[in-house]
Design a binder for this molecule. Structure first.
Ligand SMILES: Nc1ncnc2c1ncn2[C@@H]1O[C@H](COP(=O)(O)OP(=O)(O)OP(=O)(O)O)[C@@H](O)[C@H]1O
Ligand SMILES: [Mg+2]
Length: 237
């Protein structure tokens, strides 16, 4: 799905978060959104997903203003699994809350897609590791077989080995299923590995865009400051 964002603005009270964002998400490509903490990346994703209302501007989905949000899947920042539900109920959440009962096979398929054993469907989030939780969150995002997948910090909080595994998985899933992917990440290795295009948000607008292959060669001052900041942060961990 091609998604065009035109002159998009969003404020919360006096906090002007997005102030005229223009960017295009290309169909079947993996797009990375970069930017400092608090710059409005998650807000942008929620506006595209229609979880928040637009103040000003437009979003066009394949040239149309309306979209069936069943075509979207989201991996929320922090994974956001429900502690009181089993892994299976978390993955099939849309069916579970609608009292649909026959989701066992679909859950098993989603678990297989993310490299987990179908047997873990009975476990609770507290019983599985951080890396497994991210996989379960990914399994939930792909459960409805969406056209567009939103990934908000899919590797944050994981060690390098687990991050790499999640990156490989994301890459495999979006290629195999020909999905359009929009990923927010502070993990530059992950952006280089899984992204085709990037957009860098700064001070409420898109400050720089390009292909991920050329991300590290960008001459944009603000982007370079951001990349340096991320590098220093990782070094000090
Ligand atoms: N529902 C909301 N109500 C009020 N303010 C909000 C709401 N959601 C986000 N904000 C504010 O919007 C700004 C951008 O938040 P957002 O979560 O998009 O940042 P982010 O770029 O995703 O940051 P991070 O990298 O830390 O996740 C912040 O100042 C935040 O406090
Ligand atoms: Mg965020």
């Amino acid at each position: 799905m091609k998604i065009e964002i035109q002159n998009l603005s969003k404020s919360f009270g006096k906090n002007k978060v997005l102030q005229g964002v223009n960017l295009t998400i290309e169909k079947n490509k993996s797009t990375i959104i970069l930017g400092k903490s608090g710059c409005g990346k998650s807000v942008l994703l929620k506006l595209i997903y229609q979880l928040l209302q637009i103040d000003d501007g437009h979003i066009l989905y394949n040239n149309k203003k309306n979209v069936d949000i069943d075509r979207f899947g989201m991996l929320f920042q922090y994974g956001a699994l429900f502690d009181s539900l089993t892994v299976g109920e978390n993955i099939a959440f849309v069916d579970y809350i609608n009292n649909k009962l026959n989701f066992r096979n679909k859950v098993a398929n989603s678990l297989k897609e993310v490299g987990l054993s179908p047997d873990i469907h009975k476990k609770y989030p507290a019983e599985i590791s951080g890396g497994m939780k991210k996989r379960v969150a990914l399994a939930r995002a792909i459960y409805k077989k969406p056209d567009v997948i939103f990934l908000d910090e899919p590797t944050t909080g994981l060690d390098p080995v687990n991050s790499d595994m999640i990156n490989e998985l994301i890459l495999r899933i979006i290629q195999k299923k020909k999905m359009t992917a929009i990923t927010i990440t502070h993990d530059i290795q992950s952006a280089l590995k899984t992204g085709h295009n990037y957009h860098f948000l700064n001070e409420g607008i898109v400050e720089d865009s390009g292909t991920c292959k050329k991300l590290l060669q960008s001459k944009n001052k603000f982007l370079n400051e951001f990349l340096l900041g991320v590098k220093n942060l990782q070094r000090n961990k």
